[in-house]
Design a protein. Structure first.
Length: 84
């Protein structure tokens, strides 16, 4: 996960999934899961950020709960939450 300050007042995000993760079906599934996690967490994020999430190979076999837990861990480490 990478975070950059943005000129915009709203927080934006992107998901990058390489071919190493799996077939197109698996890559799209991982992207959908990560975008949904981002949507759920968006109200609690600091404004004016550009967040890029890069999925690695283990994301293909991870559950949605595991992806969410990792997202929260990385987000806390990068201090992107408004309440921290």
């Amino acid at each position: 996960m990478g975070v950059l300050p943005s000129q915009e007042t709203s927080t934006q995000g992107a998901v990058v999934v390489s071919r190493r993760v799996g077939s197109a079906v698996i890559r799209n599934k991982v992207k959908r899961r990560l975008r949904e996690i981002f949507r759920k967490e968006l109200p609690g994020l600091l404004p004016g950020l550009w967040i890029v999430v890069t999925a690695k190979s283990p994301a293909a076999s991870a559950s949605t709960e595991a992806l969410h837990a990792e997202w929260l861990r990385l987000g806390k480490r990068l201090s992107i939450f408004a309440d921290s």
